[in-house]
Design a protein around this ligand. Structure first.
Ligand code: DAH
Length: 345
């Protein structure tokens, strides 16, 4: 009987549930589509006796309205929920913002600059693409010195007949000594931090670029004792007050006498351990008294003035301070590595 079918469907519709929009669409098809159950009842309606038509027709229409309303009400609740989901809650506390860190090389460079600044050294700068004069010739390198060779130096322009016309990537910051003496008479007291380049295979212990800090002090009566005292102060400021230094004779074309400086091992305090290969000492820099020929090449009277110079590798010092095993870490920019220096500012 049609009336019973209408009542049964009405009961179903009054208890209509859908947990998502797909389910709701299925229900719409089930009841209201061309082949839907309510549509089927309208077909049955044609066979209803004329005296019942009025009442049943009304009921059928009510049923259809009920279905349409129920389904569109459910659709509204899904829409509202989706809207709520996309809403930005401006009262929510923000996540702590990610703070970057200084690069370890920058941290150590700054520490070193601070120490020498306290002693009156001022910053000086020079270009990374340099001519032969400033990198080699003015610093007393002989024309056949091995450092000019392809193996060590990157050439921008190479002149096989006349090496003094070469243009190179500077292989040390000592070139800034010459740049400064080009335009300044003593007293000169400078430090020059900067990047340098060497034609080396990249390994854990060598890289084709790294950072140096150069120091130069020229005045009347500057002695080796002054150099030693400044370097002792530097080492104790950087590595701690108990640090000892030792100077070993060495050779650089631009200093005479020349020395290499060791500091007492920061791990064992000088007793000897695997880090310092049981010597108690680790090497940190090269230094010496500026060769008179270097002063003269830059127009400084070597009978009036003397000076000292030193040069150190920032990566080397950073390795000693923070025990970084692999030089490549410094240029890979892995944030997991860099994040370890958050506290080192
Ligand atoms: N320029 C040298 C190098 O790169 C380091 C150096 C040694 C610099 C002695 C100096 C110095 O100023 O006096 O190996």
């Amino acid at each position: 009987m049609l009336i019973e079918k209408i009542e049964a469907l009405k009961a179903q519709l009054n208890d209509l549930h859908a947990s998502n929009e797909e389910m709701l669409e299925e229900l719409r098809i089930k009841y209201l589509s061309k082949k839907g159950e309510i549509t089927a009842l309208f077909n049955d309606f044609r066979t209803v006796a004329p005296e019942q038509k009025r009442e049943l027709g009304q009921r059928l229409n009510e049923l259809k309205t009920l279905a349409t309303e129920k389904i569109s009400a459910l659709r509204e609740t899904f829409k509202a929920a989706a809207k709520e989901k996309n809403k930005i809650d401006i009262t929510r506390p923000s996540l702590p913002g990610y703070l970057g860190t200084r690069h370890p090389i920058s941290v150590v460079r700054k520490q070193i600059i601070d120490i020498f600044s306290r002693l009156g050294f001022v910053l000086a700068d020079g270009p990374e693409v340099e001519d032969d004069w400033h990198v080699f010739s003015a610093l007393n390198f002989a024309a056949d010195h091995p450092a000019r060779d392809m193996q060590d130096t990157f050439f921008i322009e190479k002149n096989d007949e006349d090496v003094t016309r070469n243009i190179v990537l500077r292989s040390h910051t000592s070139s800034v000594q010459v740049r400064t003496m080009d335009h300044q008479q003593p007293p000169i007291r400078i430090i020059c931090p900067g990047r340098v380049y060497r034609n080396e295979a990249i390994t854990a212990r060598a890289h084709c670029f790294f950072h140096q800090i150069e120091g130069l002090y020229i005045d009347k009566n500057v002695t080796f004792a002054d150099l030693r005292q400044v370097l002792l102060y530097f080492a104790q400021q950087l590595f701690g007050p108990d640090t000892k230094i030792r100077l070993r004779p060495s050779y650089f074309p631009f200093t005479e006498p020349s020395a290499e400086m060791d500091v007492s091992c920061m791990l064992c305090g000088g007793k000897g351990c695997s880090f310092c290969k049981n010597t108690g000492w680790v090497e940190i820099l090269g230094c010496g008294m500026v060769d008179p020929a270097v002063l003269e090449a830059s127009g400084i009277d070597s009978s009036v003035y003397t000076g000292y110079a030193f040069g150190l590798g920032v990566e080397r010092i950073t390795n000693l301070k923070y025990m970084v095993k692999d030089l490549r870490m410094f240029s890979e920019n892995d944030v997991r590595f860099l994040d370890e220096f958050t506290a080192a500012h």
